[in-house]
Ligand binder design. Structure first.
Ligand SMILES: *Cc1c(COP(=O)(O)O)cnc(C)c1O
Length: 420
């Protein structure tokens, strides 16, 4: 559910007409709804209501805007970070360090030092050499790092290959059958407090079965580790729950169904459960607002050329992702078209053969469900300014990241004297 709704023939976000934002900020622009963020946090938390004090750590990479993070911080969420930069962003937005988990296969010594200084809740280790490095850093600082190992359960998440992370050929985690020896070794390292297990098998999961299979394996591992003398006190079940993008497809499992499955599978584990939802919190809370530059007749279909491009919203080009594209002020007619951006790449295509609202030059369109992995992946390819972001709450709205002047992009480069 979201708060992008038509009123008097015009798409509004909460109480604000989308056209008002486009007129004031220009396009393309990301627009986020606070009410949708609050709703998704509430629904996710309620779904886990049967658990004792779960830690819900928002996956910052899905949407690291400071205003979004501050909104989630006020709602009590923690953060799952994958870099020193994300850690600093989360802390700056008011997320307390004791709710921060650090994931990722390539944590550097400097990032480890930073996270230890700030005393984060837990490191999720992804390899044995990483454990050795963290131990050395912690010992040198006179600290002990709280750690879990991320386990690669070798299950097929049934999602796009580029967002699948729990198969044995993926780079993430340590293989399930190497876990016992890895824990034995880590337990001997004085700089580590080995206390948890972690798993995250992929993103945009539309079936609970692979998640359940992975969690069942984790339950067995916790038991085996216990038998071997390791006191496992946390189990981080990752993120990955899918959101509806295409209204023609079956709706992904609800947070309630996910919570029911988790509650059932983890009964008797006797650990604090942790979650790292990203997309399910922010996905539907954002839309990318864009203006049609012109419509060009192609060999078969018209090309609707919009002022947003793959640099603003990379998902269609990177993951073949499908975003609903709607006219902000529909004229009642429909069409079949290819929707493309101005970037000089054939991959700069948002939709092919798409049945959609009929639009013409100067009309506004909205790319729905763009709140996750949208602005965060934006870049300046083709020397396009970084996409601005707006946060709406009721009838008020604010620019939470302005569009930088193109001069800033140009002045950012340095021409050495010997070139001049
Ligand atoms: C990306 C990621 C998440 C969030 O995934 P979603 O599909 O957005 O919920 C959680 N945990 C880890 C380790 C991740 O890399």
């Amino acid at each position: 559910m979201d708060h992008f709704e038509y009123r008097d023939g015009m798409m509004h976000v909460e109480q604000v007409p989308m056209a008002e934002i486009a007129a004031a900020v220009g396009t393309p622009v990301y627009v986020y709804s606070t009410a949708t963020l609050v709703r998704h946090v509430t629904v996710f938390r309620e779904a886990l209501g049967a658990l004792t004090d779960p830690l819900i750590a928002f996956a910052v990479k899905a949407n690291p805007n400071a205003a979004v993070l501050a909104t989630l911080a006020k709602l009590g969420l923690g953060a799952d970070v994958v870099s020193g930069g994300e850690l600093l962003r989360a802390l700056a937005a008011g997320i307390p360090a004791d709710r921060v988990v650090f994931s990722g296969v390539g944590k550097t010594e400097a990032e480890m030092r930073l996270a230890l200084e700030r005393d984060i809740f837990q490191f999720n280790l992804e390899s044995e050499p990483e454990a050795e490095m963290l131990n050395a850093v912690a010992v040198a600082m006179g600290k002990v790092a709280r750690v879990a190992y991320r386990i690669n359960p070798d299950v097929d998440a049934g999602t796009h290959a580029k967002i699948s992370t729990g198969k044995s050929e993926n780079k993430f985690g340590i293989p399930y059958d190497r876990a016992l020896s890895a824990y034995d070794r880590a337990a001997q390292l004085p700089g580590l407090d080995v206390r948890g297990v972690a798993v995250h098998i992929g993103s945009q999961l539309t079936d609970l079965a692979p998640l359940e299979a992975a969690f069942v394996k984790m339950g067995r591992l916790i038991e085996a580790l216990g038998d071997q003398g390791h006191a496992i006190r946390t189990a981080d079940l990752g993120g990955g729950l899918g959101v509806p993008y295409d209204p023609a497809l079956p709706v992904p499992p609800s947070p309630a169904a996910y919570g029911e499955m988790v509650t059932r599978v983890t009964r008797g584990w006797n650990v604090r459960l942790m979650f790292e939802p990203g997309r399910v919190i922010v996905g539907n809370a954002g839309a990318l607002l864009s203006r049609v530059i012109r419509v060009k007749q192609g060999a078969t279909q018209p090309f609707v050329i919009v002022d947003a491009a793959m640099n603003d919203l990379l998902r269609p080009s990177l993951y073949d992702a499908w975003h609903d594209i709607r006219a902000v002020k529909p004229n009642g007619k429909s069409t079949t078209a290819n929707v493309v951006g101005p970037v000089c790449e054939s991959g700069d295509t948002f939709a092919t053969d798409r049945a959609m609202d009929h639009v013409k030059a100067d009309d506004l369109v909205a790319f729905m469900t763009a709140g996750a992995y949208g602005a965060t992946m934006a870049n300046t390819y083709n020397s396009r300014a970084l996409t601005p972001e707006v946060l709406v709450s009721g009838s008020q709205w604010a620019i939470v990241r302005p569009r930088p002047p193109i001069e800033a992009l140009i002045e950012g480069d340095i021409i050495p004297d010997w070139v001049r």
